[in-house]
Design a protein around this ligand. Structure first.
Ligand code: TYD
Ligand code: MG
Length: 459
């Protein structure tokens, strides 16, 4: 009896929800916090007394004391220049000392390429730790990127304790970890990539970053529904969460900040994947121009927000004379009732006879949009198709349309305008009632108050 109890006491296990990271003392079928079924799994954890990034002998125990806010010295908080204009912009002007930045993105999108390329360009002493590729493979990648640097060190290691040993020897200015899901710590028994390992390794890295003021860049995998793999807590723990996205079949990649403790999340960086690494795209209108072969009627671009992030979406409409008695109305990615409402407004307020016309509406890219700010682009695309007049391809729209044909303001219009400007649009149509505090924008902001005003500009 007794030895068995001793054995049992040695192996400590806890149950974690693999979806949201909640911790439970025993197994249950449904996670009470995220309501998912069958996501709770047992993980072995073992917490010995020390889980410090340094061995206790080398650490002089520092305890912090409260300081008056104006006593805190920020003079050495100057940011590290990452030698990459797009990356610096997204971070809010460079990397902050002692910060943890997480870079997420789909497999093969170019996360390792981006961070290796940055590591190779830096003048600071950089340690690039890879748990995924061997030193030779990384060297081959570095040769493709074709950057000459002697200040970047490559380490292939997955155990955090060994990584910290090397860090102590090398004393790097910046540490890159590729990826957090491949790391494991001796203090936890469960396998690399499990919730408890990710939590423990991140805690150790945060402790290291804050105590030595060394910035750490982490690469994180994402799950098939687009979230960073591992517990949501990972995103809470780090200072900055960046997302690298784009279509793998297209060459353009977009870097966004989903969370940034030291800057805004409105900035985005654009890159082009080339045979020799990622090129910074400083003039994004080249993307739009390269994709267009002439102007087509029925197309209009909306400046929408997807969650917190601005997104430019193309709306396509086809208006044709109905062959059968009852005209067809169909919408893909847009609410059909809302389409009928907008058609009624166009008929009643702007005098377009659409009652006997078939109207088909499509949001390109297979996206569904709930943002009411897309209304004006829908109306513009219908007008354009009805009159068979193409809209200038550098026009975009962001406003809601009311029942009496009034153009209503939308939330966070400045963010939309800045996104449109960044993407190279020349003119954005917004409601006259939006309060816009922007100055010195290169994009023309066309204020309109009624649907008739729009007709005047377009047709
Ligand atoms: P990678 O950085 O390995 O992606 P991740 O770490 O996000 O999984 O990127 C791999 C892709 O990038 C691969 O499909 C090849 C492409 N690539 C280039 O097109 N040019 C290059 O110079 C490099 C290094 C990669
Ligand atoms: Mg990789």
């Amino acid at each position: 009896m007794i030895p068995q109890e001793v054995n049992m006491a040695k192996v400590k296990t806890t149950f974690f929800c693999q979806n949201c990271g909640s911790q439970y003392a025993k197994w249950q079928g449904q996670c009470t916090s995220c309501k998912e079924w069958n996501t709770i799994a047992e993980e072995v954890i073992q917490k010995p007394e020390k889980s410090d990034w340094k061995t206790p002998s080398s650490t002089t125990k520092r305890t912090s004391r409260p300081l008056k806010i104006n006593e805190i010295d920020t003079s050495q908080e100057a940011r590290l220049n990452m030698q990459d204009a797009e990356f610096n912009r997204v971070l809010g002007g460079g990397m902050v000392h002692g910060s943890l930045t997480l870079l997420g993105g789909e497999p093969g999108i170019g996360k390792s390429t981006l961070l290796l390329q940055i590591a190779l360009k830096l003048q600071y002493k950089t340690l690039y730790v890879s748990g995924e590729e061997s030193q030779k493979q990384i060297k081959m990648r570095a040769e493709r990127i074709n950057s000459k640097s002697s200040n970047c060190y490559i380490l292939t290691e997955t155990k955090t304790q060994n990584i910290f040993k090397q860090i102590e020897k090398l004393q790097p200015d910046i540490v890159v970890i590729d990826s957090i899901q491949t790391l494991h710590s001796d203090y936890i028994e469960s396998s690399a990539g499990s919730i408890s390992q990710i939590k423990e390794c991140t805690t150790e890295l945060i402790k290291f970053a804050k105590e030595t003021a060394t910035p750490v860049l982490l690469i994180g995998h994402i799950t098939k529904d687009g979230h960073i793999a591992g517990p949501k807590i990972l995103e809470h723990m780090v200072d900055t969460v960046l997302q690298f996205e784009g279509d793998r079949n297209h060459v353009f990649r977009i870097l966004r900040a989903n969370k940034n403790r030291f800057g805004s999340t409105n900035e985005l960086g654009i890159y082009e994947m080339q045979g020799s690494g990622l090129r910074e795209v400083s003039n994004p209108s080249e993307i739009l121009i390269s994709e267009k072969d002439g102007e087509l009627s029925g197309n209009a671009v909306a400046a929408t927000l997807e969650g917190l992030r601005p997104l430019m979406i193309e709306v396509q409409a086809l208006v044709s004379t109905a062959v059968y008695g009852t005209p067809q109305r169909s919408a893909t990615g847009f609410n059909a009732k809302r389409l009928n409402m907008l058609l009624a407004v166009l008929e009643k307020r702007a005098g377009f006879r659409l009652g006997a016309k078939d109207v088909f509406l499509n949001i390109t890219g297979g996206i569904t949009v709930d943002d009411p700010a897309i209304d004006l682009a829908v109306v513009a695309s219908i007008l354009s198709s009805n009159e068979d007049v193409a809209l200038p391809s550098d026009y975009c729209f962001a406003a809601e349309v009311g029942l009496s044909g009034e153009i209503r303001p939308v939330q966070r219009v400045e963010q939309r305008i800045l996104e449109a400007e960044k993407l190279g649009f020349s003119t954005i149509f917004v409601s006259k009632y939006n309060k816009i505090a922007l100055k010195n924008t290169s994009i023309k902001i066309q204020l309109i108050s009624k649907i008739e005003d729009l007709v005047g500009y377009l047709v």
